[in-house]
Design a protein around this ligand. Structure first.
Ligand SMILES: [Ca+2]
Length: 280
């Protein structure tokens, strides 16, 4: 292979490895590490959401990068994706028009009701910058934060920023949705990077991510749910669990979309029907 071809091939491989957002469902659409070079086309295909009519990029705004370098490798022993980084920005994620962050300002509960640092409402307060005062810190080992969307809504993407001021990978990231706050009814897994079941929630085959301003974006595929729960089990930096922000892109029924515009039957107005005068 000539030098040019070699460089081209390496460029493609790096782009594919770095560009694919976490859009595989829990349960295993992501290839094993050793299969990465064998299936670049499949990875790339999954990275691009279907271009359905009415689907537009979600209004996702990234925080400022804390570190300007583009990381080229993940911490040893972790199975995680590199951020897209630099000029190779993550492709826009598409969802039905009107999808927005329906988690903003919504109530947050957690496995650790008394955070070590910060307060739980910081998970949905809109501040996702990598500053010292922007994250809530939960205790060591497996912990979760949970957002109540207020009512069941169709959800298209979940984006989480743990702590992203340094280069760390969070362990055992599991994202689930459910119909009830105790996660008993209709629990569905959207993402699971726990490949050895150390969190006890089942084996997942998704890849974690190196924390940066891009956050971890998970495709929720329009699942309808009221509660979103995010687990983690410490990071490569320490065994604590820090959350800066979680955004959930969904369709609120109030949003002016085609599907949501139809009035319920109770709000229907009578037809302007005028009867003729009865004959004597
Ligand atoms: Ca926040």
């Amino acid at each position: 292979m000539s030098d040019t071809l070699t460089r081209l091939a390496m460029g493609i491989a790096l782009t594919v490895a770095a560009a694919a957002p976490a859009q595989a469902g829990a349960g295993g659409a992501q290839p094993k590490p050793e299969a990465r070079s064998a299936a670049p086309k499949a990875r790339n295909a999954r990275a691009t959401p279907p271009n359905k009519p009415g689907f537009v990029p979600i209004p996702l705004k990234l925080p400022k990068p804390r570190l300007v370098d583009t990381p080229k490798k993940v911490p040893p022993g972790t199975r995680a994706k590199l951020p897209t980084g630099g000029p190779q920005r993550r492709k826009p994620f598409l969802a039905p028009k009107g999808a927005r962050n329906v988690a903003k300002g919504k109530p947050v509960t957690a496995s650790d009701p008394e955070p070590v640092i910060g307060a739980l409402d910081m998970v949905t307060d809109g501040n996702k910058e990598a500053t010292e005062d922007a994250y809530v810190e939960l205790g060591p080992a497996v912990q979760w934060v949970q957002i109540d969307l207020g009512k069941p809504l169709p959800v298209y993407a979940v984006v989480v920023w743990h702590e992203h001021k340094d280069r760390r990978v969070y362990h055992d990231v599991v994202i689930q949705v459910a119909d009830d706050k105790d996660f008993i009814t209709n629990v569905r897994a959207l993402f699971n990077s726990d490949h050895d079941n150390s969190a006890g929630l089942g084996i997942g085959k998704d890849w974690g991510c190196l924390e940066t301003e891009e956050g971890l974006l998970v495709d929720a595929k329009g699942v309808r749910a009221r509660y979103v729960r995010l687990y983690s089990n410490g990071s490569t930096a320490d065994d604590l669990n820090r959350y800066t922000e979680v955004e959930v892109f969904g369709l609120d029924d109030k949003a002016p979309t085609g599907a949501a515009r139809a009035k319920p039957s109770s709000e229907k107005t009578p037809l302007p029907l005028k009867l003729p005068r009865p004959r004597p």
